[in-house]
Structure formats: C-alpha cells, structure tokens
Design a protein. Structure first.
Length: 357
C-alpha cells in the first residue's frame, strides 16, 4: 500500500518558487532514466546528451557541469575565473552577498566588492566604482563581475545591458559571471533565446538554475568561454558538488530543454505574477486596497510591495510569504510553475480582506 503524503498537496503559498514540487514532466524524465546501470560520475549517456543540448543552446564551445544547488554553482563558477587574490564586483543585493552565508568568500578566499543598486542591476558606471586598484598589493584585485538574471529584486537585464557590462568588464580584464537561478524566467520575459543574453552578450560562465523551475535539487555550471575558466572538473569535486548518479541530474536538466519545458514553466510563473500585480494595481487605483504600494516593476515571477506590517502578518497567517525589508514594510510575493489563477485570485481576496480590517 502506498504511503500517504505527509503534507496537504493542495496547500499553496506565495513565499518562494522553491516551495513548488517537481514538475510531472521532470518526474517522467527521471522514471525514464531509471533502471539498469549507467556509468557513474558523469560518464553516462544522459550527461553526454546534456552536453550536446547545452551546445545547441549556448554555443559550440559551451560545457556543462551539473551540481546540487545554486550556492555550489556560484562558488564553483567564481572560483574558476578568479585567482586566490581576486575579487568580484557585484550588487549589494546579490544572492552571493546576502543569502549564501558567506560561502563565496569563506569557501574560496575571494573578496566581494559590493555596489549599491536600487533596482538590483549593475551598470558599467556602477561597476567602475570598484573597478580600480589593479597592481596595488594592498587591494584585492577586481578580476570578475557577477550579475544576476533575473535580479533579486525581480528586475531584468536587457540583452544590450548585459552586453554593455560584458564589454566594460572585458576591456578592464575582468571575467563575467551570471547567476541564472531564474534564467528561464528571464528568457520568457525577454522573448529571447538563452544564448542572446549569455554567450552572445559576452558572459563567460553561467550558473544555470533548475530547482526554482520544477527540478529536484539540480543546478548547473555552464562554461561559455573556456579561455577564462579553469579547473572546473576539479573544483566541482573539491566543493562536494559532484554527483555519483549524475544521470538523474542530467535527465532533469534535459527535461527543461525538451519541448521547451523550461520556458513554458517560467512563462506561466511570470504570467501568474502579472495577474497578481494587475489585480492589486486595480485595487490600489480604486481605493479598495488601502496602504498597499509597490517598490519594483518586475516583469517576472515576483511582486514587491509595501503594506502595514500588522496587515502583512495577518495575511501571512493565511498564506505564507516572506518580508523583504520589515523596517519599511516591504514584502516579496513569488509565483511558481504550479501557481494557478484560482490561487492568485484567492490571494488577492485575502490581501483585500486584511487590508480593509
């Protein structure tokens, strides 16, 4: 007899796309990859096929290294483009700075040089604030730039914006890393192929997200410019990110590319956030949502808003989500690949009920 679930499968939140389960098409891909034996540690047919698919989407020189999580992908990526004395310029709000428990610095010894960016997006002008001091033995050497697509504030780099950053970085001898934990959401929002704002724009190494888009604990490092990246085959093992049964990681990543699942799932997630924002905008305009305002214009699967903290706490008791900055009453509402229109409409009702109390 099957073991019953320990949770309510109908429970939905707006806390994080990490809360969502595994996409049925991914589960099917795992089942297909199961059975029999395949060579361990990446010498399997699924990983070989994944390499082919990655090159179809990111260019003939691309290489892929599946890993367990986004922090691992970021740490490995940055370590592969920096010497021990290197530093990476990034936004103050970047995940590598705020949400990885110091792992990029503690695990590798590199230095993060952070720049305030109100919308989460770096520009060449902002990067220039920390892009100095080369040859000064008293300063960690700025040798890389890390940007996040989409950003932690739900904003989006255009193709031209990524290219401008890469051009500036390369002109100053710096490599470019992209944290693409929500890369599929960016591709869906831009209506552009993945290569357009990565390889073709000049990004050197990419952390390719999967878990936030329906995978089961799988991300990847994608090398786009092998001339700037070294040692990844060793770094992955050194940082405890090498999977023995890699066929199951690779099968999941392959599923995102099969029948455009990654883009389809992300487009749905983005659409649910637009539905949420549109309904809330209407309520603000007609006065039925007193005290609600918005802090970012996000084209992807995030809505950032401010509201009275007591109302936020009452809403959260009914549908879970996170504070972004409690001091100013800012919250973040996230949608996922499995968010439904009914989920959104019911959440809007709850927000309205509690704001009018």
């Amino acid at each position: 007899m099957p073991t019953p679930p320990l949770h309510d499968p109908d429970w939905r939140t707006f806390a994080s796309d990490n809360y969502a389960g595994v996409h049925p098409e991914v589960l099917a891909a795992l089942a297909t990859a199961n059975g029999g034996h395949q060579v361990a540690y990446g010498e399997d047919r699924y990983t070989a096929r994944l390499t082919e698919v990655i090159r179809e989407h990111f260019g003939a020189r691309a290489d892929v290294f599946p890993v367990f999580n986004g922090t691992g992908a970021n740490v490995i990526s940055l370590t592969s483009v920096l010497p021990r004395w290197g530093a990476v310029i990034t936004a103050t709000t970047a995940h590598i700075n705020t949400d990885e428990a110091g792992a990029p610095e503690r695990m590798t010894g590199i230095k993060l040089l952070t720049v305030p960016a109100p919308d989460g997006k770096l520009t060449p002008e902002l990067i220039a604030r920390e892009a100095w001091g080369w040859g000064n033995e008293h300063r960690a050497q700025p040798l890389a730039v890390s940007i996040t697509q989409t950003t932690e504030l739900g904003t989006l780099y255009s193709v031209d914006e990524v290219r401008a950053i890469c051009d500036f970085a390369h002109e100053h001898g710096m490599a470019v890393h992209m944290d693409g934990s929500r890369l599929w959401n960016a591709a869906a929002a831009l209506g552009a192929p993945l290569s357009a704002f990565t390889t073709d724009a000049g990004v050197d190494v990419l952390s390719l997200g999967g878990t936030k888009n329906g995978l089961l604990g799988v991300e990847a490092v994608v090398v786009l410019n092998p001339e700037r990246v070294t040692g990844l085959v060793y770094l992955r093992k050194l940082t405890m990110q090498l999977s023995s049964k890699m066929r199951f990681a690779s099968a999941q990543l392959l599923a995102l590319f099969d029948d455009d699942l990654g883009r389809r799932s992300a487009a749905h997630s983005n659409a649910m956030a637009r539905r949420l924002r549109s309904a809330l905008d209407a309520g603000v305009a007609d006065g039925s949502l007193p005290g609600l305002a918005f802090t970012q214009d996000s084209p992807v699967n995030a809505v950032f808003a401010t509201l009275p903290t007591d109302a936020a706490d009452r809403i959260r008791a009914r549908t879970r989500f996170y504070d972004w900055n409690r001091a100013r009453g800012e919250v973040r509402w996230m949608t996922a690949w499995d968010t439904t229109e009914d989920d959104v409409d019911r959440f809007v009702e709850i927000i309205g009920e509690e704001l009018r109390r």
